[in-house]
Design a protein around this ligand. Structure first.
Ligand code: PGA
Length: 250
């Protein structure tokens, strides 16, 4: 696991975008796993800039998103479909037939989850998966207690996650209770993990993820077992790492 500590959110985002762009240059038809939330927004902005100013070409790229709320239609402003189109896809030349985001309105969720897993397999797996991290240690919507071998499925949102996400909804009652999420096992199958974290509120989560014991109570800790995981965080998120001056600093 490589931990790269950058000065601030902007530098973290630029570094992450650079890594993604490098993969696209090297393998134009790569499969990218995308995340939502506030953390990757700067990375997406930089990828858009690279597309517009430097011709970064997404036309052959295939994408899979980590998760989606159950019960929110794609046009809902808080759905992750909406987020991805607004914050990235509509600004780049990705082929919409290559975009995959879990369908929060699927009639048969179980069937849909199986299909999603199959689809990832069919394209040869995810080359690089972008991840945020919850203050409670979740990755995607794999909340504390999630099986570390889990696959794409429906999950109940943790109370802390619902409270954190309530800021995006007019009424806290509107925060969905369930989500479809790639499982921890699905995420671990990606060839490269790129976990991003910014701000003091993520410092405990980063400390546990990098230095803590591996536990389902903190699903992000499984990243320690991945062969090619890169964590890019800013100084605030890295502030509780005990060994940052003896090998983590980049
Ligand atoms: P955030 O969410 O990027 O909005 O902090 C990350 C997450 O919950 O995975």
């Amino acid at each position: 696991m490589l931990v790269v500590i950058k000065k601030n959110f902007e530098e973290m985002s630029a570094e992450a975008a650079k890594l993604i762009a490098k993969l696209i240059h090297h393998k134009p038809d790569c499969v990218l796993g995308f995340a939502t939330g506030s953390t990757p927004l700067g990375t997406y902005k930089e990828l858009i800039r690279m597309h517009k100013e430097e011709g970064l070409d997404f036309s052959k790229v295939t994408t899979f998103n980590l998760d989606e709320y159950v019960g929110l239609p794609p046009r809902h402003p808080q759905s992750y479909h909406y987020y991805m189109w607004e914050n990235l896809f509509k600004h780049i030349n990705v082929d919409k037939r290559h975009v995959h985001i879990p369908h929060g309105m699927a009639d048969d969720v179980e069937d849909f989850c199986d299909w999603y897993e199959q689809k990832i397999e069919e394209v040869g797996g995810i080359d690089l998966q972008v991840l945020g991290i919850g203050a409670n240690g979740h990755i995607a919507f794999n909340e504390p207690g999630s099986s570390l071998g889990s696959r794409t499925r429906i999950k109940t949102l943790d109370e802390l996650t619902k409270r954190y996400n309530a800021r995006f909804f007019e009424n806290p009652e509107e925060v969905p209770k369930y989500a479809i999420t790639m499982g921890v096992g699905t995420i671990m199958d990606a060839k490269h993990l790129l976990l991003l974290a910014s701000g003091y509120e993520k410092s405990d989560a980063i400390q546990a993820t990098v230095e803590g014991p591996i536990t389902a109570l903190y699903p992000a800790t499984i990243v320690q077992m991945h062969r090619t995981a890169t964590i890019i965080c800013d100084e605030q998120a890295a502030s509780k790492l005990s060994r940052k001056y003896s090998g983590y600093l980049s």
